[in-house]
Design a protein. Structure first.
Lengths: 284, 470
């Protein structure tokens, strides 16, 4: 897999097979209903456990594709960094960043069960709970004390439709408002506060939520966007499979407006690394 | 493995499938079609069709008013959109597929009461604000039958078209369209792979899509859908009305189509003008629960056509030269209404069972299917929805009214029993068939099994044949 050579240069492309979920990790379920996802990141075998998969998402190929893009030392240097994991879920990125040498991770999620699960997985993976600040809350009201070296996020990406969206916690993890972009836009609005001067934003950007718009927005305020890798895979219908007709109808509307890219049930996740250009003397 | 992704995969490459694909492409979808593009297309209804745009002339005097309003309403909506649809196809293909305006419906003594039929057709036209001009039969160009017609109805809103030319023009557009992938091969299996719908073709390819449109006509889809998926889709049965027709070079001029009204189980005789002095003579209609697409026209079917055409339409047909004999399998559901829209499975849609109105309904059906994909539930209470309940007719009641038609069938082509004998034979058939159907003999079992597979008027001749053979 070739490394990226520039901003939108020849990013590597990973293609996951159709009709199979969880290609990038190995899943196992215990008789008590606890699910573990095991995967390798930067030479280390890691495992995330979720005992309440109805409340907290087990790591998905969408989320794991960002780690796959960062594997083999691609992307920014992670040793000794301070990380903000937005929408930490089961703690996938929190644990992966600690394993890659991060000094400290602030893990934020609107779902209290996710916050608990993240801490459990940090400890389960042999890290010190003191290296993590787990915060239950919304990004919009989140108070920043000191900007982070790494901000990492796999935002929800489905457009809202009353046919399938309830007020369940896992809906919040998948649905991002009418156009799917709620958390993307919230993140873009605050990126200046969140990111340290030489920091990197690592984003698992779904092709369903207008990648060009995010790139243009960031570039307009002086950021450099690097496409580390694109991963082509099935749209994860998951529990919305029963209402896939409604979800697809929403996506067709977005696609007609040029705001979503997909064919059939295939879409892409773009692993983006966003930085301020080193040569620039701009204020953060 | 040769695999491709599309938003929608259409199974079936007749007029309905192609029209649906065309509509979806126009709305920005990536479409895959699985069905023969090249080859001879034996048994395909689209290419064997007379292709009269029969907005009113399919109405029968026995149809209740509610059914007439429903069917004519849909056909009128299709007719209203037709000219623009055809113009779009011509523009995109560079072809000039033209409509020939008007259809004549004639009344003669062959039918039980053609007068009633013409009255019903005229009433349907006027009910919807359209012209139906009663004229003397002598005014009908191209009409010179052995058996004199006593009346004729001119329907200027109706029209006819060359369906082969139409299908070819659509096919040319789709074949060249960058967002259309046409697998020139028969579909052999339809299945699910996680949330994808997959169509495997005889050439070894697999097409994966989010949505599936079944548009493969009579009796061909049931066997290829994988059982658990088929159960979820829950499609009502589709049987075949097998039709034989002839392409001829006629020694007389025919400016507009001329037809008899529907007669019993058949659709009467019709002559339809084509280009270059050719005419189409149609058509027989024999029900089949297991259509054989490779079976060519039998002499019996051709003889019936020639006899009825010469007797009722133009005796000059005997001097016509034969260009081709065609067979088409008209797909039909038990209640005779098309099956169009989303099935019990949210991303599987059907576009079929158009019986004798497929060419007319094509643009309307394409729109309904596409609307259902872009706006789920938008046609949720449409009369053609595949999820509707169908009440099978009562066999005994049907036998009461069908017996006269059976006598006509026995006396075909054109023979008649002496007065009184036909009534006697009709009563006898009614009594005998009713008694057999209610008995507990092996014959009764044969009858009941056949009836279960096709509980509709057109099954009656098959029941008679089955009972006589047992």
């Amino acid at each position: 897999m070739s490394l990226t050579t520039g901003r939108h240069g020849q990013a590597g492309k990973r293609v996951l097979p159709a009709g199979r979920g969880n290609v990038l990790s190995t899943l196992a379920t215990t008789p008590r209903g606890e699910v573990t996802a095991t995967f390798t990141f930067r030479g280390k075998e890691l495992s995330i456990a979720v005992h309440n998969p109805d409340e907290v998402f087990v790591p998905t190929d969408v989320g794991l594709s960002l780690l796959a893009a960062l594997d083999q030392e691609r992307g920014p240097d992670l040793s000794g960094v301070r990380v903000l994991d937005i929408g930490c879920g089961s703690g996938l990125y929190t644990v992966a960043m600690l394993a890659a040498g991060a000094r400290h991770v602030t893990a934020l999620d609107i779902n209290p069960a996710a916050v608990l699960t993240t801490v459990e997985n940090v400890v389960r993976s042999g890290f010190d709970a003191g290296q993590v600040d787990a915060v239950c809350g919304d990004l919009d009201t989140f108070v920043v004390e000191q900007p982070w070296d790494i901000v990492i996020c796999n935002p929800p990406h489905f457009p809202y439709d009353p046919a399938y969206a309830g007020r369940v916690e896992t809906d919040m993890a998948l649905i991002g408002g009418l156009d799917g972009r709620r958390l993307y836009d919230a993140l873009l609005a605050r990126i200046g506060d969140l990111l340290a001067k030489d920091g990197s934003l690592l984003l698992a950007h779904s092709s369903l939520t207008d990648v060009p718009r995010t790139v243009a927005t960031l570039e307009a305020v002086g950021y450099e966007v690097q496409m580390l890798e694109t991963c082509e895979l099935d749209i994860p219908m998951r529990k919305y499979a029963e209402h896939r007709d409604a979800l697809l109808a929403r996506l067709y509307e977005l696609r007609t407006k040029g705001c979503a890219a997909f064919t059939g049930l295939r879409f892409s996740v773009h692993a983006l690394a966003v930085t301020r250009p080193r040569s620039s003397g701009q204020e953060s | 493995m040769n695999r491709s992704y599309a938003d929608v995969v259409v199974v079936g490459s007749g007029l309905i499938g192609l029209a649906a694909a065309h509509e979806l492409l126009g709305r920005g979808m990536e479409v895959a079609i699985v069905g023969p593009r090249t080859g001879v297309h034996n048994g395909q209804a689209s290419r064997a069709a007379g292709a009269m745009l029969t907005v009113f002339s399919e109405v029968e005097s026995v149809h209740p008013e509610a059914r007439v309003r429903l069917e004519v309403g849909e056909r009128l909506a299709a007719r209203d959109a037709y000219d623009e649809w055809l113009a779009g196809i011509n523009a995109a293909s560079g072809q000039e597929v033209a409509l020939t305006q008007g259809v004549w419906v004639i009344a003669n003594g062959t039918g039980e009461n053609d007068s009633d039929e013409l009255t019903a057709i005229a009433r349907a036209a006027k009910m919807h604000g359209h012209v139906a001009e009663l004229q003397p039969a002598t005014e009908v160009p191209g009409l010179a039958p052995k058996e004199r017609a006593y009346n004729a109805l001119w329907l200027p809103l109706e029209a006819s078209v060359d369906p082969r030319h139409l299908v070819d023009a659509l096919a040319a557009i789709l074949h060249a369209h960058p967002q259309c992938r046409w697998v020139d091969s028969r579909a052999v299996r339809v299945r699910e792979q996680a949330d994808h719908l997959v169509v495997d073709a005889a050439d070894g390819s697999s097409s994966l899509a989010a949505h599936l449109v079944l548009a493969a006509g009579a009796g061909t889809t049931a066997d290829i859908v994988e059982p658990t998926l088929a159960e979820r889709i829950s499609l009502p049965p589709i049987v075949s009305g097998r039709g034989v027709s002839l392409l001829l070079r006629a020694p007389f001029a025919l400016p507009s189509a001329v037809r008899t009204p529907n007669r019993g189980f058949a659709c009467g005789s019709h002559l339809v003008p084509l280009s270059d002095g050719r005419v189409y003579l149609g058509a027989t209609n024999r029900l089949s629960t297991e259509p054989d697409y490779e079976a060519g026209a039998t002499l019996d079917e051709i003889e019936t056509l020639i006899h009825d055409g010469a007797a009722e339409l133009n005796s000059g047909l005997r001097q016509a030269t034969l260009l081709a004999a065609m067979v088409g399998h008209r797909p039909v559901a038990f209640d005779h209404l098309p099956l169009v829209g989303t099935t019990q499975h949210p991303t599987v849609h059907i576009a079929s069972a158009t019986y004798r109105c497929g060419v007319l309904l094509a643009p309307r059906i394409a729109k309904i299917v596409a609307d259902g994909i872009f706006g789920p539930g938008s046609h949720g209470d449409h009369p053609y929805r595949p999820t509707r309940t169908m009440e099978p007719p009562d066999l005994k009641e049907l036998l009461d009214t069908a017996s006269r038609g059976l006598v006509d069938l026995i006396c075909q082509p054109g023979g008649r029993l002496p007065p009184g004998s036909d009534d006697l034979l009709a009563r006898l058939l009614r009594v005998l068939l009713s008694e057999v159907s209610e008995s507990r003999t092996a014959r009764a079992a044969v009858m009941q099994r056949l009836w279960a597979r096709a509980p509709m008027d057109e099954c009656i001749p098959l029941l008679m044949a089955a009972v006589s053979r047992s």
